[in-house]
Design a protein around this ligand. Structure first.
Ligand code: NAP
Ligand code: MG
Length: 406
């Protein structure tokens, strides 16, 4: 054991729930602890512990990521009414991801993991497309009204009141004009500082991964709102990134969102696609599905202050967990959880000047892909794989098989 790889700064480890919690422990036991003198600062974000601490543990974990810089997070339950009952919760705690994101002020980057035999539905896609979603504002913080009943025929206006009380008004629509007297209205906003940190996160991630950055909005139609996104990206790029991009041989490319979508489909991949909140919500499901599966997707929260949190893009795989509890074997895909660990270890290696740690993370990722290419895979991939010699194995056997290639 003495020749295990040494770590200097600990990783902030955020444990979670259900099937992914089982996988979490097995990944460490089988594929990490035998090779790395693993140093972590451990936070149990399992729902029981969140209840015991009244969710203080989630905030403490986020604070620790700020202190140490790099975290790795297991999937966690976001409580709903059934979970409140199931776990006897005293409160319906908020999504831990939401809490952590708000504290770290980040952008979430999701990229598919490509494996031999798992063929993207879009034939030209050779390389991963990383989607960067702005996670603040727009319709996710909207206010809406239905114009009907006593509001029938109403005049809808946008009113902004300055601190000194003066008002600025703009007509949205006069429902009294024309025959249709009823309808709907909506108000949305975003903040310059949030758009700026989104731009920094995307541009610095593009530099760190040496990939082009694409961004698209509907600024031809939305000449103030969407235009502001474009302008802020342009300003941040010109002021702080243009030279570094040139030196790295990469490009920042802005185009209309429609054109971006058309170009993405025709592309061979290999770039970062920055999306406004709604575009990112919709397009990340399209990109994930077109590449194969949510269990073959990395997800990393990057904050403009330089904090990183690695996680899997999927949930706690509840249905498999209940089968596991009954003593049945499951065939749950651990790739996204494993890649959260390799992403975090590689980043720690980079920040601490430990090339052997980063190299180990790379070797572990390669061994995982070799295992799948050799035909050994979990049930979800078995359904998708075009390999002739494919073989479905259980959750633990898949991890043991990876060890054989390490
Ligand atoms: P889920 O855990 O992602 O699972 C949905 C279904 O997708 C599974 O039943 C399974 O399909 C398939 N699947 C997902 N991951 C898989 C994997 N690694 N290997 C094999 N199959 C996989 O979503 P959910 O069931 O909607 O949510 C369960 C819990 O997770 C919820 O409490 C939710 O709050 C939480 N959640 C957490 C996060 C997070 O922490 N990042 C994200 C999303 C959801 P089959 O059953 O058909 O095999
Ligand atoms: Mg969505």
């Amino acid at each position: 054991m003495s020749n295990r790889i040494h770590m200097t700064t600990p990783l902030v480890e955020l444990d979670g729930d259900e099937m992914t919690r089982i996988i979490w422990a097995w990944v460490k036991e089988i594929l990490i602890a035998p090779y790395v003198e693993l140093k972590t600062v451990y936070f149990d974000l399992g729902l029981k512990e969140r209840e015991r601490t009244k969710d203080r543990i989630t905030v403490e974990a986020a604070e620790a990521i700020k202190r140490y810089g790099v975290g790795v997070k297991c999937a966690t339950i976001t409580p709903n009414a059934e979970r409140v009952e199931e776990y006897g919760l005293s409160e319906m705690y908020k999504s831990p991801n939401g809490t952590i994101r708000a504290l770290l002020d980040g952008t979430v980057f999701r990229a598919p993991i490509l494996a031999t035999g798992i063929v993207p539905y879009i034939g030209t896609w050779q390389k991963p497309i990383t989607l960067a979603r702005h996670a603040y504002g727009d319709i996710y913080k909207n206010v809406e009204l239905s114009v009907e009943g006593e509001l029938r025929g109403a005049k809808a206006e946008l009113v902004v009141t300055a601190p000194d009380g003066t008002e600025k008004r703009a007509l949205i629509h006069d429902f009294g004009q024309g025959s249709a007297q009823t309808g709907i209205i909506q108000g949305v906003h975003n903040r310059d500082d949030s758009i700026e940190s989104f731009a920094h996160a995307c541009l610095s991630y593009a530099l760190a991964t040496r990939q082009d950055l694409w961004f698209g909005t509907k600024d031809t139609i939305s000449k103030t709102y969407d235009r502001r996104f474009r302008d802020i990206f342009d300003e941040v790029f010109a002021a702080q990134y243009a030279q570094q991009f040139e030196a790295a041989g990469i490009e920042y490319f802005y185009t209309l969102i429609d054109d971006a979508v058309a170009r993405v489909v025709r592309s061979e991949g290999g770039f970062i696609w920055a999306c406004k909140n709604y575009d990112g919500d919709v397009m990340s499901d399209m990109v994930a599905t077109a590449f194969g599966s949510l269990a073959m997707m990395t997800s990393v929260l990057v904050s403009p202050k330089g904090y990183f949190e690695y996680e899997a893009a999927h949930g706690t795989v509840q249905r498999h967990y209940y089968r596991h509890l009954k003593g049945e074997t499951t065939s749950t895909n651990s790739v996204a959880t494993l890649f959260a660990w390799t992403g975090a270890l590689a980043k720690r290696g980079e920040l601490d000047g430990l090339p052997e740690l980063s190299a180990f993370a790379q070797r572990l990722e390669a061994a995982t892909l070799t295992t799948i290419a050799s035909g050994v895979m979990t049930g979800d991939l078995y359904e998708l794989s075009t390999l002739k010699n494919k073989q479905k194995v259980d959750t633990r056997a898949f991890l043991e098989a990876i060890k054989g290639f390490l």
